[in-house]
Design a protein around this ligand. Structure first.
Ligand SMILES: [Zn+2]
Ligand SMILES: [Zn+2]
Ligand SMILES: [Zn+2]
Length: 168
């Protein structure tokens, strides 16, 4: 399985069309397995979200779909987004109110995110230990955890290098 570690699918040094191809192939497989249809608008929405590793807002998506002649009425777009979210093909990055393609939709996981302040790329990082620790700590207070939003901001490796280079 590719793309488990964030550094595998980030930065300029990778062939992003591989990310898109692999995401679409996974989507096709998952939809068949789940008896769902990856309709044209769902597929195109997924492709548009995957255009980069920068999350895409619903209204940006709506505008792009409208340009291409899709029925881009908000309910259509939100239904497509709901479908992709429920299928685990995309995540919502809450602090950006935008959607990010998931590179490992075929594995159950929590989406935790590293958000670059500079290029706004978002990397997913999966760290099961955090999940287990949160459940355990919350349980100590008698709290049953239902949702976790972990979104960390900072500088990605590429932007960190750029900043270091500029100040040298
Ligand atoms: Zn990529
Ligand atoms: Zn994910
Ligand atoms: Zn960056």
């Amino acid at each position: 399985m590719k793309h488990i570690e964030p550094q595998d699918h980030q930065g300029s040094g990778h062939n992003h069309s591989d990310c898109i191809d692999s995401a679409l192939a996974t989507a096709e497989t998952l939809c068949v397995q789940q008896g769902q249809r990856l309709t044209k608008v769902r597929r195109r929405a997924l492709e548009l979200i995957w255009e980069s590793h920068r999350p895409l807002g619903a209204y940006q998506l709506l505008a792009k779909l409208a340009e291409e002649g899709f029925n881009s009425a908000p309910p259509t777009v939100y239904r497509a987004l709901d479908f992709l979210l429920a299928a685990g093909l995309i995540h919502k990055v809450e602090s950006m109110n935008a959607y990010l393609g998931c590179a490992h939709a075929d594995k159950a996981h929590k989406g935790y995110f590293l958000i670059c302040d500079d290029c706004h790329n978002v990397m997913e990082f999966n760290y099961q230990d955090i999940h287990a620790a949160l459940i355990a700590k919350a349980a100590q207070q008698g709290f049953e955890l239902r949702a976790e939003t972990i979104e960390l901001t900072g500088l990605c490796a590429k932007c960190k290098t750029k900043v270091a280079g500029a100040s040298a």
